[in-house]
Design a protein around this ligand. Structure first.
Ligand SMILES: [Mn+2]
Length: 404
């Protein structure tokens, strides 16, 4: 591993061991990478005698961060997010708690000695190629205690699940840990296959592909976000598949199909609004009780359907509930927008004939004081205040028309 990253992690570990509290407040993302990260950290800290309070978050919204940093004298760990907002966290923390960030997204250095940012992006690794949060957390846990190498298969599930492949294979640090899992007899590789199908995990349920496990965990974490799905996902990572987890996944998939089909009917019946370059719709709270990741999944699901115009960007809005499991009521008062493009436009964006979503959406969002997070050229999502939806569409049209 990178020496400087290792040193940073070792500093973080000794700071935790020296801190007077024996409780870890663990906040982790709710996708496959985030759940596997959470599972690895939960087990590793529990082995050291800590009480772990883990809470899955879809995003570290500002209102949530304010609430979290009402704490003092605590140990707080963030996994699979927060690398980029280390400066904001530093300000909010003001040295009162010990904070460790184990992320792999774009990163900024911390400004507080008690906020230790172990994001590998700060050390020259690429989070969208070399290393997932699960691998970052696994390396951290093996530095904490070498015997945690038995958690390598969980790390590999995250490494395959985040879908950063080079020529159909995982790469860099992710590749090293997958090879370790192969050596331990926990993964087999099917050389005839690519990407998520290539890695076969040996589980209590027999041999399962990475893709299959990813779908299972994403369903628990994303569809089941408001129904204790993330904790079931962590339990699956640590203890294996069970009848309970299977039943939960089946129930959640049924909810998802029902909500999606209902919405597709509405859109087919004309509930889709069109401007010059954008086709958009609002699901309000009709996706309840699913998490807000589902608006992006839904945009993906419909982007090839025949009621979709092939030459307009696709935008869907979903209201973010004012509650977060583990926190109770919290005034977020925001709406999420997810964007995709129909397949014919993908090539136009790749060849720069049309503007990528990574520019269009964040620029418009910023004008309205919203919160941009993960924006790529073909998939993007941000959040804005409830009530500004139409304005956001107009801002995007203005940006597009100004550049034409
Ligand atoms: Mn990740």
């Amino acid at each position: 591993m990178n020496d400087k990253l290792q040193k940073r992690m070792e500093d973080a570990i000794s700071s935790i061991f020296e801190w007077p509290s024996k409780v870890i407040n663990l906040f982790h993302h709710n996708d496959t990478d985030g759940l596997t990260s959470g599972a690895i950290l939960k087990r590793s800290f529990e082995r050291k005698g800590y009480i772990v309070r883990n809470i899955a978050l879809e995003k570290p919204y500002p209102a949530l961060l304010n609430k979290i940093f009402e704490m003092k004298n605590q140990i707080i760990v963030f996994a699979d997010f927060a690398g980029r907002i280390a400066p904001i966290i530093s300000q909010l923390n003001n040295s009162r708690n010990l904070v460790v960030i184990l992320d792999h997204h774009e990163a900024e250095p911390s400004l507080d000695k008690n906020v230790i940012n172990c994001d590998p992006e700060l050390f020259g690794l690429k989070g969208d190629r070399d290393i997932t949060a699960s691998t970052t957390c696994y390396l951290f846990s093996t530095l904490m205690d070498h015997k945690n190498i038995d958690l390598v298969q969980i790390a590999a599930i995250g490494a395959v699940g985040d879908e950063f492949f080079v020529n159909g294979e995982v790469y860099g640090e992710n590749l090293k840990i997958v090879e370790d899992a192969v050596d331990q007899g926990l993964i087999k590789i099917d050389p005839g296959k690519k990407e998520g199908e290539r890695y076969i995990f040996i589980t209590n349920r027999g041999e399962l592909t990475g893709k299959w496990i990813e779908d299972y965990l994403d369903t628990l974490g994303g569809v089941g976000f408001y129904q204790n799905g993330p904790n079931m996902g962590i339990k699956v990572c640590l203890d294996g598949f069970s009848e309970d987890s299977d039943r939960m996944v089946a129930d959640l998939k049924a909810i998802k199909d029902k909500r999606f089909n209902h919405e597709i009917e509405r859109l087919k019946n004309g509930e889709i609004l069109k401007t010059k370059n954008i086709q958009w719709f609002h699901v309000e709270d009709r996706f309840k009780p699913m998490g807000v990741k589902m608006i992006g999944v839904f945009c993906d699901a419909i982007k090839k359907m025949d009621f979709i115009s092939s030459d307009k960007y696709i935008a869907g809005f979903q209201i973010i509930p004012n509650e977060v499991p583990g926190f109770g009521k919290i005034d977020i008062n925001q709406v999420k927008i997810s964007m995709r493009v129909p397949p014919p436009m993908e090539e136009e964006i790749r060849s720069s004939r049309r503007m990528g979503l990574n520019r269009l959406l964040p620029e418009a969002t910023e004008k309205l004081g919203g919160f941009s997070d993960a924006c790529h050229s073909l998939t993007a999502a941000t959040t804005i205040d409830v009530g500004k939806e139409k304005q956001l569409i107009e801002e995007m049209e203005a940006i597009l028309q100004a550049t034409n």
